[in-house]
Design a protein around this ligand. Structure first.
Ligand code: CMX
Length: 426
């Protein structure tokens, strides 16, 4: 059975030939134009990036290598990483081989713990995760090999090695961040008999008598893995990697983008919103109270966290998957019930307000309530979970980009005066 590296090595020559042929034959064809609104509006909708790992369809949501995310909810994150990289789900033996590759590389260097323990007691967990990754940059095999001098065709092999190293260490690193930052006691050693997400759940130390918390971690780390190439975190990591900065730099940069309140931090904001409702009404408010609270939030100039999306125009299937998990595991939990009731009232309010192009819940609307149910009440940590999963996407995109020798990113910027002159001439 071929390993991930062997599989990629067998696919890459044809992939390169395919892309070379496409560019040679059709290089001058126009695939997108840019309006003034788009140039001033975050480049929304401009097709100027290639991402083969996944696609976000406005009416369908996330599709990974042709498979809708809703059909992948019982898969483990390791399987998803293999799928992102190769376009195929692994056979059992291949999956076991990949899991072994991760286990063999899973030990976090001791100096990382010294760095994290030296950080301010109120450091944001995302800062600790990103710092932990940056602290390990000296481990980069890609940087070492690049400095020694390797051929461009070989770059992807060392990007893959760094990716495996980094992904392997994330469960211990992120669990360590949780235990250090929230004074949970000693670090918990890894259990090598467990899968990547199961071991992470184990090292967090959250009591899990039913095993459902580990299932939630598997689902969480699968659902957040990738969201094509143009979202803030993936794009940031892509740009940094295009300068041939190694994966430690590029992953840390992507996570720093994910930390923003309009992106990955929204899950923390979302639970705050739900808990504020629960506190104000001492339990699950009725629909009238929910509507008033939502309107008050909008009228005070704030967004409703967990709702809206730059691309999606339907309920995010990842929200649907979390919602189904909650219905199965904790239908009577008050926080989960508020999330479910908000889903019933918020879309109509956002439609009535008429601003948000997508009035439906995104992935962040429901995930926090499930974590809260299992006793993970430290919501600044939630974005870290998003981050661990998203590294699978960053790394798979990076491996493919280096295999295809995608050059350094350098779009052209123009000044406001240039735009004024341009439109005046037209
Ligand atoms: N509540 C209130 N207003 C909203 C809104 C929401 N949930 N979503 C969008 N809007 C507003 C925007 O602020 C914007 O207002 P202005 O015209 O006054 O600037 C208007 O609707 C149009 O925005 P849009 O084109 O629909 O949305 P954008 O592509 O600009 O932004 C997003 C997308 C996600 C940043 C936005 O919907 C938002 O702020 N949502 C709340 C935060 C959130 O849940 N983020 C997580 C997204 C998932 C992820 O990527 O991590």
């Amino acid at each position: 059975m071929a390993s991930l590296k062997e599989k990629l090595a067998s696919q890459i020559p044809a992939l390169r030939q395919d892309v070379r042929g496409l560019v040679k034959e059709h290089g001058a064809k126009v695939i997108s134009e840019v309006t003034v609104t788009q140039a001033f509006g975050g480049m929304r909708g401009v097709k100027s990036l290639i991402c083969d790992t996944s696609l976000v369809e406005p009416e369908k949501g996330l599709i990974i290598r042709g498979i809708p995310i809703g059909e992948l909810t019982d898969r483990m994150p390791e399987e998803i990483f293999y799928l992102l990289c190769t376009g195929e789900l692994p056979y059992k033996a291949t999956l076991e081989d990949l899991q072994k590759e991760f286990k063999d590389r899973s030990t976090v260097p001791a100096y990382v713990w010294d760095v994290l323990r030296a950080m301010p007691a109120d450091a944001h967990p995302m800062v600790m995760l990103s710092t932990g990754i940056m602290a390990m940059e000296g481990e980069s095999v890609f940087r070492k090999k690049y400095t020694e001098g390797i051929k461009r065709e070989e770059y992807w092999e060392y990007i893959l090695e760094d990716s495996l190293q980094l992904i392997a260490k994330l469960p211990a690193l992120a669990a360590g961040v949780y235990r250090i930052r929230f004074n949970k006691g000693d670090l918990i050693p890894s259990d090598p008999s467990l899968d990547w997400a199961g071991d992470f759940a184990h090292m967090l130390g959250i009591p899990d008598p039913t095993g459902e918390f580990a299932n939630l971690m598997r689902l969480y780390l699968t659902l957040h893995c990738d969201h094509e190439g143009g979202n803030v975190s993936a794009f940031t990591s892509h740009v940094v990697a295009s300068a041939l900065s190694d994966p430690y730099y590029a992953v840390s940069a992507g996570l720093n983008g994910l930390a923003g309140p309009l992106h990955g931090l929204a899950n923390q904001e979302c639970l705050k919103f739900v808990l504020a409702l629960k506190d104000k009404y001492s339990g699950v408010p009725d629909d009238e109270a929910l509507k008033k609270f939502t309107w008050d939030t909008l009228n005070s100039g704030q967004v409703i966290p967990g709702y809206g999306h730059a691309v999606l125009r339907v309920t995010d299937p990842r929200f649907t998957a979390f919602h189904a998990f909650g219905q199965r595991v904790c239908p009577d939990d008050e926080v989960f019930k508020i999330v479910a009731r908000l889903f019933a009232v918020v879309p109509d309010i956002l439609k009535e307000q008429g601003k948000a192009k997508d009035p439906y819940p995104n992935v962040d609307a429901g995930s926090g309530s499930l974590l809260y149910h299992f006793g993970m009440t430290e919501f600044p940590y939630y974005t870290v979970l998003f981050g661990i999963s998203r590294v699978l996407g960053f790394c798979s995109q990076m491996i493919i980009e280096r295999a295809l020798a995608i050059p350094i990113t350098r779009p052209k910027s123009v000044g406001t005066d240039w735009v004024k002159n341009f439109v005046a001439k037209k």
